[in-house]
Unconditional design. Structure first.
Length: 300
């Protein structure tokens, strides 16, 4: 169930699931995560596949219990559409895993839940806790591989920093704290999450809201997904005006030169503008891809 919004809503690339005979998870039988996907309860699905069962078993051995299994169903297009712009090999990998049900495990004390899923040839393991004041605490296992990207976006991610990417939606001052752990030890991961929850809850002067059922975990997952989307929209909202301003300034300069009768200078200016445009686009998008924490929208 690892959803990753990459470079805007068009590229909802990672862990949006389609098939499954389950039922949507809410009291009114429909759970819209955002305008892109909805959660489906796949607990009773005949599909018994599971990604990384050995990790799930490690948590079960620590006393976690399985609440059920979920899928994410796209509301716009299909999985094939999602993966259409990826390389054939990557597209095949994505389609082989995108509809595998994700198990949701409840902590022994009810303070957290875990989901385990596939993320580009490696496991995605996330432990999440909701606090009584509505804040969220996440302690996620560090990705072993960066996400796949459509070819036209890959060049902007050459300096990809997995740690920064995984925490780019963290807003501790505004209700969402994300920490990353570089461990394959599920017991160590769980201990670090407990410490994370204790620190963050203490700082906010609140307590844990216990996990009671699959619907409760679904509700928090929906809120987190909406915040993910809000961060992406805010990011695009920062770099788009910069590119627009650059285009307007370039066009105005060329127009002024042409109006002044400086035809050769106008042509030269247009050529320089054309040559510089790819460099400017690359610089803006690559530098403004991750917002400073103070500029990120709050978690609501």
């Amino acid at each position: 169930m690892d959803v990753r919004l990459v470079a805007g809503p068009r590229y909802l690339v990672h862990r949006v699931r389609q098939r499954g005979s389950g039922r949507p998870i809410t009291s009114d039988n429909l759970s819209t995560v955002s305008d892109l996907a909805r959660l489906i309860d796949a607990t009773d699905s005949a599909d018994d596949r599971i990604d990384y069962p050995e990790i799930v078993e490690e948590f079960l051995d620590m006393g976690f219990t399985q609440l059920g299994r979920v899928l994410l169903e796209p509301t716009q297009g299909t999985h094939e559409d999602t993966a259409a712009e990826s390389e054939p090999e990557l597209r095949a990998k994505y389609l082989a895993h995108c509809d595998v049900p994700t198990p949701i495990l409840r902590a022994p004390d009810g303070s957290a839940f875990v989901d385990v899923s596939w993320f580009w040839d490696a496991p995605s393991v996330r432990i999440r806790t909701e606090l009584a004041d509505g804040a969220a605490v996440e302690t996620n296992r560090r990705w072993e591989n960066p996400p796949s990207l459509p070819k036209q976006l890959a060049k902007y991610w050459k300096r990809f920093d997995i740690g920064r990417e995984m925490t780019k939606r963290s807003v501790p001052r505004a209700g969402r704290s994300i920490e990353i752990v570089a461990t394959h030890d599920s017991a160590a991961h769980w201990r670090q999450h407990q410490e994370h929850v204790e620190r963050y809850a203490s700082r906010r002067g609140t307590t844990v809201a216990p996990v009671t059922d699959l619907e409760r975990t679904s509700h928090l997952a929906q809120r987190l997904f909406r915040h993910d989307a809000a961060v992406e929209r805010r990011t695009v909202g920062f770099w788009r005006p910069l590119l627009l301003a650059y285009g307007i300034v370039g066009i105005v300069i060329v127009a002024l030169l042409a109006t002044a009768g400086e035809r050769s200078e106008a042509i030269m200016g247009a050529l320089v503008f054309a040559v510089l445009t790819p460099v400017v686009v690359y610089t803006v998008i690559s530098k403004v891809r991750i917002l400073p924490e103070a500029w990120r929208p709050p978690f609501a």
